[in-house]
Design a protein. Structure first.
Length: 134
């Protein structure tokens, strides 16, 4: 199940990278950029969970040994649940500021000969190039 999700996760990660680039390139203040980054984080979380529900049996997705539980436990053990806590109020569909993000599936088109603005986008693009080769 985890292997199946990893194959399909590129669309989720690409969507988050597009959101980060759009936020980074826009004329928002730092506080708004943080809020929108939280919206992008939650959209990626939801996308990954939906992939698990779509491509795995229910017990493989959400059971005690399921992929979603594995992801949650991993975040808890590595301390990476900080984003979840920090961004608790910025779930798409709940917080109106999230509507400022590009629609899911919007491809990012950067000008030729320009570097990606966000360091996070560079990391995400490196990860998705790995996903494409596996």
């Amino acid at each position: 199940c985890l292997k199946t999700i990893t194959k399909h996760q590129k669309s989720c990660v690409d969507d988050m990278a597009t959101a980060f680039e759009a936020v980074n390139g826009a004329e928002y203040n730092a506080s708004t950029k943080l809020d929108l980054s939280c919206c992008a984080y939650w959209r990626n979380e939801n996308c990954t969970r939906e992939l698990a529900r779509k491509h795995c049996k229910p017990e493989e997705a959400e059971g005690p040994d399921g992929v979603i539980t594995f992801f949650d436990d991993f975040k808890l053990r590595t301390g990476s649940r900080m984003l979840e806590i920090f961004c608790a109020d910025f779930k798409p569909g709940v917080h109106p500021i999230c509507e400022k993000l590009p629609a899911p599936g919007t491809p990012y088109e950067r000008p030729k000969n320009k570097k990606l603005r966000s360091v996070l986008t560079r990391v995400l693009k490196a990860y998705t190039s790995y996903l494409g080769s596996s």
